[in-house]
Write a protein that binds this ligand. Structure first.
Ligand SMILES: *Cc1c(COP(=O)(O)O)cnc(C)c1O
Length: 404
């Protein structure tokens, strides 16, 4: 038997912001026998998960499901809608936005990286990584594009490297105010099913998401939610694509099947996750994550440590990034906490490496597992000699105890 845990007993605390802890119900669903993906039962499952994902994206338009991680769905969104050399505007909110920009460049797009500079003494090089998308910046850039060269605006809804959630409706409004025809392409790989998201109402052309964050599944499937305008653009788009091509998949999906073999057992888990989310109701799911995030922030504030997100309106309901004091290596802290307490925290990504760690509050969690996470971090900080202004555990207990 594979040995995964150096600690002999108890559950591992997987508190990274994805993959998130998977509910046992989903793991059990995945253990059912794999069935014929061309057989009669499969079509029911196929239609059930596609319709369920339409409810979660809040769309009546096609949702494409790929047996791939989120990165694959990023590529699918770009290569289905754009042509070589097309200009795309990509707002840099953090590491994931930067990786998506690098992919766009590698695909042969003329990808322009934009961000509003933010003076920040704590992170002089990365002040803008403490804020969300500045829609006014996008509007000004689109107004200056009088020839209409920009074909798409790409933004990350929930920037998982920083814990900042951006206002997608404001980006839609900015594109409309500029009267610009660019497509709006949004990554909500970690935001979906944690933070409010409305594909149709917000006029998003392609939404990209993945299985292993808010949807609580293991890694391995990802999504593109489409619009009429995106489908129209795909007919003229000339970036090479074969496996990712929407047309054949969308056509076959109407019968509940896929052109190639879908990830059958992960689709069982997806059907189960959709059932859980439907039963609770998305509004309650969003409120639950907001409450969890507020409880974890109460702990960080009690410690007196800075939160990566500097804009209180943009705190992520999914994760909280914590900046360590100068001289305290966040990765050494994470290493000690993992070795001592069997608790995994998210590492600082890109230019945040060693400067911050990320606490996930998503997936199969509850008040007590989050208090345990806070306790593990607090003991780790103390073991590293970090001077704390108060007890985060007490603050979290007070918050969760007093806030039903
Ligand atoms: C996790 C994540 C990705 C990358 O997805 P993979 O599944 O690792 O390929 C991209 N963007 C965001 C915002 C993410 O959280």
């Amino acid at each position: 038997m594979l040995t995964l845990n150096s600690h002999p007993t108890g559950n591992h605390f997987l508190q990274i912001p994805g993959p998130s802890p998977v509910p046992d119900r989903l793991l059990r669903a995945m253990s059912l026998p794999t069935i014929d993906h061309r057989g009669p039962e499969f079509a029911r499952l196929g239609r059930q998960v596609i319709e369920g994902m339409q409810r979660i994206f809040k769309t009546r338009q096609p949702v494409v499901i790929y047996p791939a991680s989120g990165t694959g769905a990023w590529e699918a969104a770009l290569c289905n809608t754009l042509s070589p050399g097309d200009k795309v505007l990509m707002y840099e909110t953090g590491h994931f936005a930067s990786l998506w920009h690098r992919m766009a460049t590698r695909l042969g797009l003329d990808a322009e990286r934009v961000a509003t500079p933010r003076a920040d003494p704590l992170l002089p090089q990365a002040g803008h990584w403490r804020h969300g998308v500045d829609a006014e910046h996008i509007e000004a850039r689109l107004r200056a594009d009088t020839r209409g060269d920009i074909r798409a605006v790409c933004v990350v809804h929930n920037e998982t490297s920083t814990g900042v959630t951006s206002d997608i409706r404001a980006v839609r409004d900015a594109i409309d105010a500029a009267g610009h025809p660019a497509l709006l392409i949004v990554d909500t790989i970690s935001g979906l099913a944690c933070a409010d998201y409305r594909h149709d109402e917000w006029g998003v052309d392609v939404t990209v998401s993945g299985s292993q964050k808010g949807l609580m599944l293991p890694p391995g499937i990802s999504f593109n939610a489409l619009s009429e305008k995106a489908l129209h653009a795909s007919r003229a788009a000339r970036l090479p694509r074969a496996y990712w091509d929407w047309e054949e998949i969308v056509a076959m999906n109407t019968t509940g099947y896929w052109p190639s073999t879908p990830n059958t057992n992960l689709l069982y888990a997806l059907a189960e996750a959709i059932e859980m989310l439907d039963a609770e109701g998305l509004e309650r799911v969003f409120a639950r994550h907001q409450r969890w995030a507020a409880g974890v922030r109460a702990a960080v504030n009690a410690w007196g440590l800075p939160i990566q997100c500097a804009d209180p309106r943009r705190h992520s309901p999914v994760l909280t990034g914590v900046i360590t004091p100068p001289g305290v290596d966040a990765d050494e802290l994470r290493r000690v906490i993992h070795a001592r307490f069997d608790l995994s925290l998210g590492t600082g990504l890109g230019q945040l490496k060693g400067r911050m760690f990320r606490m996930g509050h998503l997936g199969n969690s509850n008040d007590l597992t989050l208090i345990a996470m806070v306790a593990g971090v607090e003991m780790g900080l103390q073991s590293q000699g970090v001077a704390l202004s108060g007890s985060g555990v007490e603050a979290a207990m007070r918050f969760f105890g007093d806030t039903p």
